[in-house]
Design a protein around this ligand. Sequence first.
Ligand SMILES: Cc1ncc(COP(=O)(O)O)c(C=O)c1O
Length: 380
Amino acid sequence: MDNLNSTVEFGHSLRSKFLLEDDFIPLNNGSFGAYPKVIREALNSYREKFESNPDLWIRRNLGIDTTGINAVLKSIIYESGDKIIYFSTSHNAVKNSLQFVRDRIYDKLELLKVEINYPISDEELISKIIGIIQEEHQKPNSRIKLAVVDAISSVPGAILPLKQILSILRQHNILSVVDGAQSVGQIPLDLKDLDPDYFVTSCHKWLYCAFSVAILYVPERNKKNLRPPVTSVYYDIGFTQEFSWVGAQDYSSYLTVLPALEFRRAIGGEEKILTYCHDLAVKGGKLIASILGTEIMGPEHIIPNMVNIRLPVDISNERISVEVLNNLLFEKYRCYVLPYKHNGYWYIRASAQIYNDLSDFENVGKILKEICESFNNMVK
Ligand SMILES: Cc1ncc(COP(=O)(O)O)c(C=O)c1O
């Protein structure tokens, strides 16, 4: 494939295989991903095939399912007194969907937030969840129906102790829906072992697929009552067909799963990709932190291929905002990392991808230092 083989060295030599601008330092794969050029070619060719005979392609070649957390949240039938657990670090899209279900569909539904402020140990996080479950058990007519759990949260970019959390939820008969948007292609996953009730992951972020590709995994036991969020002519005729109709709306994108997996195999396979990106995130994060004179967000085992680094600026500095930082990064410095506030500090989230190397982190570290110094000098 495209003259690639498993001995290919990762880093800037792979930049030309992607569509990324030459004069920009992309350290934010975690938001939107970026697919290799071979995927664009596959996508175009699938689109052409699709348009050459839409009837044949839509009616005969379906098979890849997609939908998301909305399908799960809106399919479950809740009763008065039911509650849903979610995390303060859940993605805003998920929080909004929860709010919609509560406000517009089930006004008796209560949302229970698990507050997570890093640094936090896995034990502390688990005991917070158990604490909430035990407190609810004391109340009459209260039932925790469902928990929405991240495999890897987006902001901060952090691995959660998913296996332990799912096991606790199972022990208490609480359904689980895993927001795995950041997971596939970033960490190893064994869904049979994890045994979630519902699992959703996007494939455009870390798997190199075209935008809008996602996987919804549902064990047999939960397929029966699950409906796509969009109701089509295929209603109530079975899980695969109902969800395939939703998938058909962007069918050519879904087919890029195959060339994406082929690309991953051609450059050396999952272990090589995951190890390179993870090691680079850890080393790169430490390098940026040392340039800034701060630290990475810990504990270290929460780091996937994204790393969070504290910025040496005061949270009360009103000149600093996400918008101001974004403008500086995009326009003046031609690079991007995701800035955000957490637990009383400003942080950035930096992603490591196969087209990055340590020099990207070093350059971005120097840029961030300059930016922070300019803000700090303004208040002096
Ligand atoms: C953990 C997590 N959940 C949900 C989303 C939203 O995914 P989408 O934009 O595909 O709806 C993201 C996107 O960054 C994410 O990181």
